[in-house]
Design a protein around this ligand. Structure first.
Ligand SMILES: [Ca+2]
Length: 481
């Protein structure tokens, strides 16, 4: 072989290897590739092992509206004396409802004869008389029966299909099976997407089954690339998986696996899921004593970023969660709000969460996860300096009820609800416990038996309502959100 040709061949091989490296995105510092995409097969929700499906087989709660909705133009004539009315939002993207499926369930044979007919406004014209009614199934489909505490009986209705158009990305359909659940004197309707997607990842030497569904706690999501779609990672060898921290069950959660943070994304129809290694900057988040002489400090809880990522702060964070509290931890840089967390603050044990009240109006709560632009992302994690949460901001008492401008008639009963907040970080103190003091407790179980023991003393603040002359009108323990 002429020398020139051998050199050329070696050069070509090098180029090919270089190109392969570029495609794999291999990092010289780690064997783990930067980007891994897997195909997701469609499976029945009811075939997912109980441990793995989390709440997928329970479905999405179609919230009861109590009364007929004012938005609905026409309901069918009903024979029951106790119809159950409700609605189910369907999202087209992260924050926009594309349709609201109003529904009503009734007893077609008359009062007390059993709920057997469900009307759902599937064509979304606010008229429930022009949609084929759905009838109760005689027995639940294989695997559909969900064991839930306090549930006395359940009824499954025949499924219906929702179609979603995605422009250039084509379309897909979602089959939904309604489930009516009775317990504790109330009936609740759930809507179960009957199909989910399943795939398998090998990440940092571990195998994970992953599940993706358009079920999103309180809504159906029309696009499976929506950050709020349900998404779980299950490692069969680790019973701590799937993780259960707040937000861990959503596609938007970043997962720390083998010390590497991964972000997950899906295609609109959910046929592919990609894991991308986070290669951005990290900063330090820590709990500080401020001017207090506290030494035992730590946090365990998730944060949510303004660009819709959830991360977990805590000690020894891995794919299953945090094994412990941490005084400080390294997190991807960004602007965050604390979703919910327990903080050890010297002798105090404090639970904090995002503040979802604003002057008497319950605003975007963690659930439903809406209106992210209303949240205050006061925890700024930067590369060059640590962010220290040390409770040095002046706390405030916020009256969640009544509103500042609310007016009342003489003699009217007024509900007062106050919460303790840190207005700078927009978090509220939910629990405040002094671990140095023990107090006895006693409560009755549902069967009437008593349970008693000792527990740490709660430092719940008391709210006292007085007249201008100081006469006490009412007092009570702060509800703490
Ligand atoms: Ca209709």
């Amino acid at each position: 072989m002429p020398v020139e040709k051998r050199e050329w061949t070696v050069g070509l091989l090098s180029a090919v290897i270089f190109a392969l490296l570029a495609v794999c995105g291999c990092d010289s510092k780690s064997d783990a590739p930067d980007v891994i995409t897997v195909a997701m097969e469609e499976i029945s929700t009811f075939d997912i092992p109980q441990r793995n499906h989390m709440d997928l087989a329970k479905g999405v709660w179609g919230r009861s509206t109590g009364e007929p909705s004012e938005q609905v133009k026409r309901y069918p004539e009903l024979r029951t004396d106790k119809p159950v009315y409700g609605k189910l939002p369907v999202y087209g993207d992260l924050e926009n409802v594309v349709k609201t499926l109003y529904w009503v369930v009734e007893e077609s044979a008359g009062p007390g004869k059993g709920y057997d007919t469900l009307y759902v406004d599937r064509n979304n014209d606010l008229d429930l008389t022009n949609d084929e009614p759905l009838s109760a199934q005689e027995s639940p489909p294989q695997g559909a029966e969900v064991k839930e505490e306090y549930v006395e009986r359940q009824t499954w209705f025949s499924p219906f299909t929702l179609e979603f158009e995605h422009g250039d990305n084509g379309s897909h359909s979602v089959e939904i099976m309604p489930r009516l659940r009775f317990g504790e004197d109330s009936a609740r309707m759930y809507f179960v997407p009957t199909k989910a997607r399943k795939g398998r990842f090998a990440l940092v030497g571990k195998d994970f089954d992953v599940y993706l569904s358009c079920d999103a706690y309180d809504a159906i999501r029309g696009r499976l690339n929506d950050p709020l779609c349900s998404f779980f990672l299950v490692n069969d060898d680790d019973p701590r998986t799937p993780a259960t921290w707040e937000w861990a069950e959503f596609l938007c959660a970043m997962r720390r696996i083998g010390g590497i943070w991964y972000q997950f994304s899906a295609t609109v129809r959910g046929d592919k899921v990609t894991a991308t290694k986070y290669k951005g900057d990290f900063g330090t988040f820590e709990i500080g004593a401020g001017k207090r002489a506290f030494k035992n400090l730590g946090i365990n809880g998730p944060l949510f970023s303004c660009d819709h990522r959830a991360v977990l702060a805590g000690g020894e964070v891995d794919e299953a969660g945090a094994k412990d509290m941490a005084r400080s931890c390294r997190l991807p840089t960004g602007d965050y709000v604390l979703a919910i967390a327990w903080i050890q603050y010297g002798p105090l044990s404090i639970q904090v969460s995002q503040n979802y009240h604003i002057d008497g109006r319950r605003r975007a709560k963690i659930h439903p996860k809406l209106a992210f632009d209303q949240w205050v992302y006061g925890i700024t994690i930067r590369k060059d300096r640590p962010f220290v949460l040390d409770f040095s901001n002046e706390p405030e008492v916020l009256f969640a009820e009544p509103t500042s401008a609310q007016r009342f008639k003489t003699g009217e009963e007024v509900k007062v609800m106050a919460v303790l907040i840190d207005p700078v970080l927009d978090i509220m103190i939910r629990r405040l416990i002094d671990t140095r003091q023990k107090v006895p407790y006693e409560y009755a179980r549902r069967d009437g038996s008593k349970v008693s023991g000792e527990e740490d003393r709660s430092l719940d603040p008391k709210v006292v309502v007085t007249r201008l002359d100081g006469t006490v009108v009412a007092e009570g323990i702060m509800p703490f959100g």
